[in-house]
Design a protein around this ligand. Sequence first.
Ligand SMILES: Nc1nc2c(ncn2[C@@H]2O[C@H](COP(=O)(O)OP(=O)(O)OP(=O)(O)O)[C@@H](O)[C@H]2O)c(=O)[nH]1
Length: 304
Amino acid sequence: MNSNNIPRKTLPTKEERHKLFGTVEPGPKHKPVEKEKMADLQNIQKDFLFELDEVGITNVKYPIIIDSATAPHSQTSVASFTFTSSIQQSSKGTNMSRFMEQLAAYSVNGFHADFSMLKEFTKELAERLGQKDAKITIQFPWFYERKGPSTGIAGLNHADLTMEVSYNQDSGYIMNVGMSVLITTLCPCSKEISEYSAHNQRGNVRMEVSLSNDFTDLEEDWKLALLEAAESNASARLHPILKRPDEKMVTEEAYENPRFVEDMARLVAADLYELPYVTGFKVSCQNEESIHMHDAIATIRFNK
Ligand SMILES: Nc1nc2c(ncn2[C@@H]2O[C@H](COP(=O)(O)OP(=O)(O)OP(=O)(O)O)[C@@H](O)[C@H]2O)c(=O)[nH]1
C-alpha cells in the first residue's frame, strides 16, 4: 500500500516486459562478423555513370571551442557539422565512418573553430578518404558580451555563424564565413511624415563572405569585423540588459539614425567592401515590420 492506500503493482521482470511488448529471440545468423570477411559495397569499382560532386554526412552535432578577440575570450558551443568530398565515377560510395572517426580524433583536445584547424582538418580528411578534395562546414551560435550604453551592465548576445573550408589538392583552399545578427532599425519615412514617434523593427542582417586565400586567424577576428559591419550601420544595437538610462539612450540613438532595409544592405556592403581580406559577399537584410504582418527584405551580391 502507498500513502493513498492504493495497492502496489507487482511488475514482471524487465526481460518479461520486453517480451510482452514484442521482443523475440534472435534468429539464426550466417553472415560473417569479422570485418575482413564482410562485403565492402562502398569500395566496389565499376562505371557508376556519374562522378559525385559532394557526398558525406550532415547534421553532426559536436562540441567546439571558440576563441574571440572580445569577451568572453574563450567559450564552448555546439556546432552542426557537414563533411563532404567528391567521388569518382568508378567508386560506388564513400567511407562515411571516416568523417566521424576524424572528428572524434580532433575533438580529444577540443575542436577549435578557427581556420588553421579547419584547414588542417580538411586536408587530412581528403587523405583519409583517399580523395582529391574535402569540405567542412560548421554552424554554431557565438556569444559576445554587450554592455548597457549608460550603466555599463553586461550580458551576453549571440549571432549565428558559419565557417566553411574547401580543400583541393590541385587548387588549395577556399574559405567562406557567414553571420546572421539581429539589429534595430527605425523607419526614416515614418519619422519624416509623423508628428510624433516613428515605427521601428527588429532586423536580421545575414552576411555571406568569401575570404582571400592568404587570410589567417592572426590577421583579424573576422567575427568582430562582421558584427561591427552589421551593428554599426543599424539604427541601434540590441542589448541583453537595459536599465532606464540605457533604454533612453538606445531609443534616442535609433531616432537619430533612421534606416530603410535598403540603407542597411548598402551600408553593410560598404563596410565589407572596405575589409582588405574580403573578396566577395552577399548581404541580406530582413526587417520584421511592426506596422505590417509581413517583412521587408533587401539583398546585395558583390565580387570585388
Ligand atoms: N557510402 C555510404 N555509406 C553509408 C550510407 N548510409 C550509411 N552508411 C555508413 O556506412 C558506414 C560504414 O562504412 P565505412 O565507413 O565504409 O566502414 P568501413 O568500410 O568498415 O571503414 P574503413 O575501414 O575505414 O574502410 C556506417 O557508418 C554507415 O553509417 C550511404 O548511403 N552511403
